[in-house]
Write a protein of this length. Structure first.
Length: 92
């Protein structure tokens, strides 16, 4: 189980939406928080991986307001890094 969670995190970080979708279909927990309090959505929003963000939002089961242990949300990092389209998606 944990290996697949790690694969899901890596897919989110790399922007690999195809792998992420496959893992979601395999029922891998896609809203899992790591030791830093961040989720795959956080990892996708930070660098601007819009297709991964869309795939995660399509589940209708992710917390868009999840805060890291530092108090930062996915929308904070998307905004700070100039990813306006992701900010708009997260505000819907």
């Amino acid at each position: 189980k944990w290996l697949n969670v790690a694969r899901l995190y890596n897919a989110a970080k790399r922007g690999d939406a195809a792998v992420l979708r496959r893992l979601i279909e395999e029922c891998v927990p896609f809203d899992h928080r790591n030791v830093h309090g961040v989720t795959p959505l956080w990892h996708a929003a930070h660098p601007g991986h819009i297709e991964v963000v869309k795939a995660l939002l399509a589940t209708n089961a992710v917390d868009v307001n999840v805060r890291s242990i530092a108090g930062r949300t996915p929308i904070f990092w998307a905004s700070a890094n100039g990813h306006a389209e992701i900010v708009e998606l997260l505000l819907r």
